[in-house]
Design a protein around this ligand. Structure first.
Ligand code: ADP
Length: 716
């Protein structure tokens, strides 16, 4: 449009008509300023043109007749007539609405982008082709510890632990257009390092020329830690699962196996790969029962000790008990079942063995001729004991508890119960004898024995008892005892008889001896040679008879005429004996020696007699110069005496019978004697509570041993 000096429009073009919605005719002659949203600004504008000759890009807003606005930039200049006088302003408006909108959009977009960039927690950076930073966001400031101002214009690569790698990175972006997950480590001003993954791409100007790189870093330190922790936790869980000797399996809601451990592989004979994704129920001898099992878990969250049998590949089945429970995801939704099987083969085997051993026990009970029963800890009969019932005629209900006592002899019940109760309290073996009544009324003697059956912890599980019929044994014992008693009695009678007989024989014998002596004296020289010889025989016979009587009296007196035991010196006794044997010793030129001998508690006369008999025999049964040696030593609670000689010895087969009365090995002419001496020794030693025996070798000599208890009360 053209405007006169008065500000009135002098001419317009079609574009003006379009922008204002007014015709040329309407416009010409009207005020220029009236067609703008800011008339004053418009007026100032053209006045400025008049003043300054021109204006450039003067912004105004044309208001259309219908109200809509068009932003324009006016370029205007004066125009002159031929004389050079300013006669008006020529003003050209450029419609800038579109440009403005674009600019606004751009501005908004920039704000938006900036916000995005700033809002990003990831460090973002733009880099020029020279590798210098052109812009950064707050996250970059934070991760580097440097301000935007400090960063912009500096080398991108400088902020990493490996600058070369960083440089190679953005060069790759320039070359390839982009990179993904390029790992770098940002170094903070303080030295702290941050592990990041860079995603970067080039950005271009409108002409498509690459002007820089836009790089976004993702901090993966935290993620890395989380991942590592998760990985470790998984490894740990896995190890736990693998370490389990029990077959473990996880099952999805569809009943398919989702995971297994090695134990499951082993028991099924199939690999993990083979198992995963297949039907859980397929690996059992009873698939339906298996299916019901895991369905029950899904329904009830858990099952305990669910018995199943795993079918191995080789056809062997393994009895197991399953414990299973559901497992859930983070939101609590059930995602599967975790099932652990316990192999109970061993347990089943043990149960089987137990059964077998119980059967064995039962067979034993049936087979044995003894009566066997079991009772509980309190001693109450628990076991059916047919043999007892058959014997006593008691009914089962009569036997139970303590009913068995009823079959015992009334006199024995209390004692049997006492023994029984004591054993139960002390948990020890018991033994008791009692009489048991048979249905016909006869009583039999029984020996009852019981032992506690102990649990592994030492407590009593039950008692097992046996009963043996000992009637016959008891009868035999009684008969034996009776016979022993009779024997003892007749022995006594015999001794008594021997004593009385010997004693009474002494008197007539003495008469014979003294009257023969009288005859011999009175008719000395008047009788013939033969008569002297006869008288000598009579005297000799009488002397020998006297010896026999003496020995017999000694023998029968041992028990009946014994004296009380007193502490006596064995050496004194020996000295006495040596005096008695003086003549024999001298005649034979014998030597009797001894080691120190102890004091002993004995009947002194009898002890002397033992020594005299043994030494006397040693001197008598000898073909050379007799050497007799006595020795005594302590052996346990006894004194052990020995009398050793160098005599003719005794053959082995005779050793035993020498101590029996009247046993002699030689003729009287060879070695005079009665055969009573050793029998007397034996009686005396036994009366003292000792033993007597001998060792001998024919031709070499004999040693007689006897013991005398060392500690004994001085008594009769
Ligand atoms: P006696 O001496 O009166 O014959 P004993 O009872 O003292 O009776 O001995 C029995 C027998 O034992 C003797 O006859 C003799 O044969 C044998 N005898 C005993 N002591 C000895 C001995 N020390 N050496 C060899 N034989 C002996």
């Amino acid at each position: 449009m053209t405007i006169g000096p008065d500000g009135k429009i002098t001419d317009v073009n079609a574009a003006t008509e379009h922008a204002t919605g007014c015709t040329r005719a309407q416009l010409i002659g009207t005020d220029f300023a009236d067609y703008f949203t800011e008339p004053d600004k418009a007026r100032q504008g053209y006045q400025q043109v008049f003043c300054e000759g021109q204006v450039r890009d003067y912004p105004l807003e044309i208001r259309h007749k219908d109200g809509h606005l068009t932003a324009v930039l006016y370029n205007a200049s004066v125009y002159r007539n031929e004389a050079g006088q300013v006669i008006g302003v020529f003003a050209a408006a450029r419609d800038i609405s579109e440009r403005k909108r674009t600019e606004e959009a751009l501005r908004l977009a920039n704000v938006y982008n900036r916000s995005l960039i700033e809002a990003s927690l990831d460090p973002l950076v733009t880099i020029g082709p020279d590798g210098k930073i052109t812009d950064v966001n707050t996250a970059t400031e934070e991760v580097t510890g440097r301000s935007r101002q400090e960063l912009i214009g500096t080398d991108f690569a400088d902020y990493f632990t490996e600058p070369d790698k960083a440089r190679a990175g953005y060069q790759e972006v320039f070359r390839e257009g982009s990179v993904r997950d390029y790992p770098l480590e940002i170094r903070h001003r303080s030295g702290r390092l941050t592990l990041v993954l860079y995603n970067a791409c080039v950005y271009r100007d409108p002409a498509g020329k690459v002007v820089g790189v836009f790089a976004a870093a993702r901090d993966i330190s935290e993620r890395k830690r989380t991942e590592e922790a998760l990985r470790r936790a998984n490894v740990y869980n896995r190890s736990l699962i693998e370490a389990s000797l029990d077959p473990l399996v996880t099952i999805g809601p569809d009943g398919k196996i989702t995971d297994v451990n090695t134990a499951t592989e082993k028991v099924t004979g199939r690999s993990r790969q083979e198992l995963i994704g297949t039907d859980f129920a397929d690996y059992f001898t009873e698939p339906d029962k298996a299916r019901q099992g895991y369905q029950q878990v899904f329904r009830e969250s858990t099952v305990r000790d669910y018995p199943l049998e795993i079918r191995g590949r080789d056809g062997n089945s393994v009895p197991v008990l399953y414990n299973a429970s559901v497992y859930r995801d983070e939101t609590g939704r059930v995602v599967g079942v975790f099932a652990a099987a316990r192999d109970i083969t061993e347990r089943k085997r043990a149960e089987g063995e137990l059964k077998a051993s119980e059967n064995r026990f039962r067979s034993l009970v049936t087979a044995t001729s003894q009566m066997v029963w079991t009772t509980d800890q309190a001693g109450q009969v628990t076991e059916d004991i047919p043999s007892w019932r058959a014997f006593t005629g008691q009914r089962l209900d009569e036997v139970r508890g303590t009913g068995w006592l009823g079959a015992l002899h009334p006199e024995d019940r209390e004692r049997a119960w006492a023994v029984w109760s004591k054993a139960i309290t002390e948990r020890s073996l018991y033994e008791v004898e009692y009489r048991v009544r048979r249905p016909d009324g006869e009583y039999r003697d029984f020996l009852a024995r019981g032992v506690p059956v102990l649990e592994s912890d030492g407590s009593v599980r039950e008692w097992v008892g046996t009963c043996t019929d000992i009637t016959e044994r008891k009868r035999m014992e009684a008969a034996l005892a009776q016979r022993a008693e009779a024997l003892e009695r007749s022995n006594k009678e015999l001794e008594q008889f021997a004593y009385v007989a010997s004693h009474d024989l002494q008197e007539p014998l003495r008469m014979i001896a003294s009257y023969v002596e009288l005859l011999a004296q009175r008719y000395k020289g008047q009788l013939d040679d033969k008569a002297d010889k006869f008288i000598h025989y009579i005297v000799d016979g009488a002397t020998r008879m006297q010896t026999l009587i003496n020995d017999l009296l000694a023998f029968s007196r041992v028990a009946t005429r014994g004296k009380p035991f007193t502490l006596s010196s064995a050496e004194t006794a020996l000295a006495e004996v040596l005096v008695n044997l003086q003549k024999t010793i001298a005649d034979k030129g014998a030597l009797v020696t001894h080691d120190p001998l102890p004091d002993v508690v004995v009947d002194p006369t009898q002890f002397e007699q033992v020594l005299q008999n043994l030494i006397g025999n040693g001197l008598k049964f000898c073909e050379r110069t007799p050497l007799v040696h006595l020795h005594a030593e302590r052996e346990g609670n006894d004194w052990l005496f020995s009398v050793r000689d160098n005599g003719i010895g005794i053959a082995r087969e005779h050793l035993d019978r020498l101590f029996v009365i009247f046993q002699r090995l030689h003729s009287r002419t060879e070695y005079p004697g009665t055969g009573i001496g050793l029998a007397v020794c034996k009686k005396i030693i036994e009366r003292h509570g000792g033993r007597i025996w001998l060792e001998s070798e024919p031709g070499k000599g004999s040693t007689f041993f006897f013991t005398i208890p060392a500690q004994r009360e001085v008594a009769s």
